[in-house]
Design a protein around this ligand. Sequence first.
Ligand code: PRP
Ligand code: MN
Ligand code: MG
Length: 199
Amino acid sequence: EWKMDNDIERVLYSQAEITEAAERVGHQLAHDYEGKTPIILVVLKGAALWAVDVMRYMEYTEVEFINVSSYNGGISSSGEVSLVTDIQSDVQGRDIIIMEDIVDTGRSLKFMKQLLMDRGAKSVKTASLLDKKEGRVVSEDVEYIGFDVPKAFVVGYGLDYSVDGKELYRNLPYVGVLKKSVYAQEHVGLVDDAITPTH
Ligand code: PRP
Ligand code: MN
Ligand code: MG
């Protein structure tokens, strides 16, 4: 009996399905980047689990990390993206694969692509576990997609939900829809005004 399972309405993508998707995307990338040494750019924190799964199927790559935030700790998306932790290496002339857990409004992706192109990256493509196309505010395409996800409140496999300032559910081994009772304001105990509905 695992307590976190009780907070989930239904499982959208099981661990086995995600493993399969990671293998499919990893093989695609290995094929498309054959003979190149791309930089896998892991977008913290959400993309950590997915990126590790995908890169196992690839050939020579480098791994870098970036942390951007589109939320200023408020209740909803501020629309402004800021750089929290920068990349450590020079991207000039390099092929970059942005690894995301989810692309929603597209704002984070747009920000990162702009940053990378400004710094002279040779190419920038994106591999995301989830693509929430209905959420798009700025038009951004995702070249490699694990799953097209409907507009639901999803958590797990890197995706968090913030309760009391604590980013929970990232370590769920599957992607699921969070129960309303967990994020509803009237639910006693678990949530207060500190809740930050994101995805
Ligand atoms: C989430 C998610 C993406 C981004 C997508 O990250 O992991 O990086 O938002 O949203 P967008 O398309 O609307 O910009 P978040 O900023 O919540 O940080 P986290 O990964 O640390 O949870
Ligand atoms: Mn993220
Ligand atoms: Mg988040």
